[in-house]
Design a protein around this ligand. Structure first.
Ligand code: AMP
Length: 384
């Protein structure tokens, strides 16, 4: 764990591992607070590289690149979680790494994550480690059908997982998913998916943004509703869970906590991500201090202001060529607040930007109102 130190002065350099949109929006927030940024990326024209003060061009698996990067920065953070354990150790030996590498290691591995969260008393869907076909059969017997089989590493946006509905499919799924080991989870027939962004500062201050509801389409986040239209006690329980996780991890930085609201009203944590998160993009327009500023403040050792929300909001992701074909209409629609990630090529399934739409507090509309408020954008049916 890096020792608490004084806040970074303006002009200091925040190193960001990863060159995507989360790095871009973090760099913009850092710049507003007077910091410089250096982004470690292999794409000199990627979303973060376009706005960073400087870049370290190279791959995060290369020790020399990591050394060059650490030499050029005052503190290291991440927008990309899959740095090797060796790479993390190398960085941590040279500069403070926030969040700490130990937290990244937990979030990189679903089994480590589940073991940690269970140990911290956080409610999860029932789960079973799977490293052999026999253990997969055991999982099917213990969890019942259907259940979800997931890779433990490198899974995102629904990649690296399958829902198993009958025993005949076990072998094929076991062989198709890699790398092993895998993890099997009970299928949660959830009422909705919720998430909370939580920040914790160097001084231990914990700030939770409001609990939001997330709706996916083709396994990719489509809409975030802020605040989540759930009873107030569910929203505050979700925040309390996120705060407990941040405390248990001794987090310094920002963490997204994804949860299921089960049909019986229980909250079950699905996964955690120790970085800014797509489900926190609404904060850029609906909060005086966005998730990105909160992230930068925590990483730089600055005080964390309350995570206040001045408006209700809907965030709609702009994915692939279909949504981007609407860009001119989006710009021409009053009330839509567009954010473009600067990616050149709108491939199907690629997150290209997002749009926020604000409403007065308490005036978040229902489904039809949201559809109308998003102008040319279509939210579509929810993905099964
Ligand atoms: P993940 O990669 O774990 O975030 O999962 C991607 C999506 O798959 C989630 O947002 C859920 O919609 C769905 N999902 C994941 N795990 C489960 C589960 N145990 N039961 C039901 N749906 C799940």
């Amino acid at each position: 764990m890096s020792a608490p130190g004084p806040a970074l002065p303006p002009g200091a350099v925040i190193g960001i591992v990863g060159g995507g949109q989360l790095g871009r929006m973090s760099a913009l927030a850092a710049s507003r607070l007077g910091y410089r940024t250096n982004v470690l990326t292999d794409d000199a024209d990627g979303p973060a590289a376009q706005v960073a003060t400087a870049i370290t061009l190279g791959v995060h698996s290369d020790a020399d690149t990591l050394r060059r990067f650490a030499d050029a920065v005052d503190v290291v953070t991440f927008e990309f979680e899959n740095v090797s354990a060796d790479g993390l150790d190398l960085l941590a030996a040279m500069r403070p790494v926030r969040p700490d590498g130990a937290i990244l290691r937990i979030s990189q591995d679903r089994l480590a994550e589940k073991r940690f969260l269970s140990g911290a008393g956080v409610p999860l869907a029932p789960w079973h480690p799977v490293d052999t076909l026999a253990s997969l059969e055991e999982a099917a017997a213990v969890l019942g059908l259907p259940f979800v089989l997931k890779t433990t590493r490198l899974g995102y946006d629904g990649k690296g997982q399958r829902v198993l509905r009958d025993r005949d499919g076990l072998r094929a799924a076991f062989e198709a998913l890699s790398p092993h080991p895998l993890v099997a989870e009970g299928f949660v027939d959830f009422a909705c998916e919720l998430s909370v962004m939580v920040a914790r500062g160097l001084d231990g201050t914990v700030r939770c943004f409001d609990t939001v509801q997330n709706r996916h389409r083709h396994h990719i986040l489509d809409l975030t509703l802020a605040p989540a239209p759930v009873p107030p006690e569910v929203a505050s329980d979700a925040q309390a869970l996120a705060a407990r996780i941040a405390e248990s991890l001794s987090l310094v930085g920002l963490l997204g906590v994804e949860m299921f609201l089960a049909p019986d009203g229980r909250l079950l944590v699905n996964e955690i991500a120790p970085r800014p998160h797509n489900s926190g993009h609404w904060t850029m327009d609906a909060c005086p201090v966005s998730q990105f500023e909160m992230h930068v403040r925590a990483v730089a050792g600055l005080p964390l202001p309350p995570a206040t929300r001045h408006s209700d909001a809907v965030m709609k992701n702009l994915v692939g060529p279909d949504d981007m074909a609407l860009w001119p209409e989006i710009l021409a629609t009053p009330g839509l607040l567009p954010h473009h990630y600067g990616k050149n090529e709108a491939r199907p399934g690629r997150k290209m930007g997002h749009v926020n739409r604000l409403f007065p507090r308490g005036a978040l509309p229902g489904a039809f109102g949201i559809e109308a408020a998003l102008g040319p954008l279509r939210t579509g049916a929810e993905d099964p």
